[in-house]
Write a protein that binds this ligand. Structure first.
Ligand code: BG6
Length: 491
């Protein structure tokens, strides 16, 4: 077990303190770091939201959230009690010009690291930062954390960058993409740059294509208001999936220095071939789930999940084919797919290698399957290298596909901390390596926006797919047209 080094004493002000993200992710993550001794007993979490709550009301909500979202084995009554004692609450309507921002000066301690976490709608990022600046609350040791999505198109994202940038410097601005905090996503750098064997094969001569699947079984989970304005392309592709593309496609950075890593990721984003409007229909598929069944249980369709029967053109599924225009990746397509209400929750990256250039084995000796490296991000984190091997036994030579397996849980035998645990502590430490720089966000929007525009201008709608299936059949056709297939689970 690696040693836990406590971070500096901090005050973390969470705007949107009564919201879903705070209760489901942030408080459980802070509790995890507190339990491990990384968040010290002097540090405080100050919830801020509109509801008129007392410190005790907020603590009661936090207690319920921990009960729901922290596994019983990781919860200990005495530690929970001590953690709750470090929570405070400030009631404020950040949208009101007469909001009393001085309340914070009365609570905050100037000598500490100060983290402002904006778990609010992105249109409040600018106004909140402006108000914090005007109230003199931004010290040298302050940072601001912005949740994705940063805006909802290029213009709104740039406006946020500009407004936030007037108050916080780039080194104080932490744009969170929680996928980057997942252990298995961080491991992509280790896999590629701490081993000799893979990086030498990481080229178009050897790799046929890359597939990235982020599938979820959940539907809207009460987030319909947000999701229906967003859709899968903005919610998952613009950030999480493009970041995964970056980590797979980037060149080795000069060092682990945050800007060196982000420089390399940025090059990938800038190398993505923009889709022309006339190409969008052939290179993308959008879908929306209808009623179906998951794990044998009936589930409602998207419109019913939204709570009405009004039509909606929002996609809950997207599949697309992307191209990274560099020497290394010439003619190696990246197929991405993500969706809600798919048959299983699985995030995986498949590096599909080319077939052997020439076979000395008779065709009837094997069911050939070219090598593939399957990187399982979640759940059952691990890696599989699919390869051909001789079937043991006498008689004619026969070959079968088999695999080298690593399951991280058995290899490392311990709980993987939630992504937010790592990322929250990185904000306190002031380490931005696992956060998006403004130019990455901008480059990602620049690539995504033409797709959104082309969709908006088309008469066709997202294609329906029954919940519990792998999206519209057009998503299968998207890859099969190229003589390839989506990887089938062997896990
Ligand atoms: C969030 C999206 O960023 O990521 C959600 O807004 C999605 O729609 C979630 O469900 C998936 O994250 P995870 O960590 O559960 O894979």
């Amino acid at each position: 077990m690696s040693k836990v080094i406590p971070v500096a004493v901090f005050d973390c002000v969470v705007f949107g303190a009564t919201g879903d993200l705070t209760l489901r992710k942030l408080l459980p993550a802070l509790y995890g770091r507190f339990q491990d001794g990384q968040m010290t007993a002097e540090s405080r979490v100050i919830g801020a939201a509109r509801s008129p709550l007392s410190d005790d009301d907020f603590r009661a909500r936090a207690a319920r959230a921990l009960e729901q979202h922290v596994a019983p084995d990781d919860r200990d009554a005495e530690t929970v009690r001590r953690f709750l004692g470090q929570l405070f609450y400030v009631s404020i309507d950040a949208t009101k010009p007469d909001a009393d921002w001085d309340q914070f000066s009365r609570v905050l301690d100037d000598s500490r690291v100060r983290v402002f976490y904006l778990a609010t709608s992105p249109d409040l990022y600018g106004p909140i930062c402006q108000a914090l600046g005007a109230a003199g609350l931004v010290t040298e040791q302050s940072r601001v954390v912005l949740e994705k999505p940063i805006g909802h198109d290029l213009a709104s994202s740039n406006a946020i960058t500009e407004a936030v940038g007037k108050v916080f410097s780039e080194s104080q601005t932490f744009r969170i993409d929680h996928f980057l905090g997942k252990e298995t996503v961080q491991n992509l750098m280790a896999l590629r740059f701490a081993n000799t064997i893979f990086e030498r094969l990481w080229i178009s001569d050897v790799i046929d294509h890359v597939q990235i699947t982020v599938a979820e079984t959940v539907g809207l989970e009460g987030r319909g208001d947000y999701y229906d304005k967003s859709g899968a392309l903005r919610d998952m592709v613009q950030n999480h999936m493009l970041q995964l593309v970056c980590l797979i496609a980037m060149h080795p950075p000069l060092s682990l220095d945050a800007d060196r890593v982000r420089d390399e990721k940025l090059k990938v984003l800038r190398a993505l071939k923009p889709m022309e409007p006339y190409e969008v229909a052939a290179l993308t598929v959008r879908g929306q789930y209808t009623a179906g069944a998951i794990d044998g249980k009936p589930v409602p369709g998207y419109l019913a999940d939204l709570g009405g029967n009004e039509p909606s053109l929002t996609e809950s599924f997207v599949a697309l084919k992307a191209e990274v225009r560099t020497w290394r990746w010439a003619n190696v397509p990246f197929y991405l797919r993500t969706g809600k209400r798919l048959p299983s929750k699985v995030s995986e990256i498949v590096i599909q290698f080319r077939s052997v250039p020439f076979s000395i084995f008779p065709p009837e000796s094997a069911e050939w399957r070219p090598n593939a490296l399957v990187i399982r991000l979640q759940p059952e984190e691990g890696m599989q290298l699919e390869m051909m091997a001789k079937d043991p036994g006498p008689g004619k030579l026969r070959l079968s596909p088999t695999s080298l397996d690593i399951r991280f849980e058995t290899t490392f035998g311990r709980r993987f901390p939630d992504a937010y645990e790592r990322l929250l502590m990185d904000t306190v430490r002031g380490d931005p390596t696992l956060f998006m720089r403004h130019d990455e966000v901008e480059a990602a929007w620049k690539w995504v926006e033409p797709i959104l525009e082309a969709w908006a201008g088309r008469p066709d709608h997202p294609r329906p797919y029954p919940a519990g299936t792998w999206g519209p059949t057009a998503a299968i056709a998207l890859i099969e047209r190229d003589g390839r297939t989506w990887h089938e689970e062997m896990w």
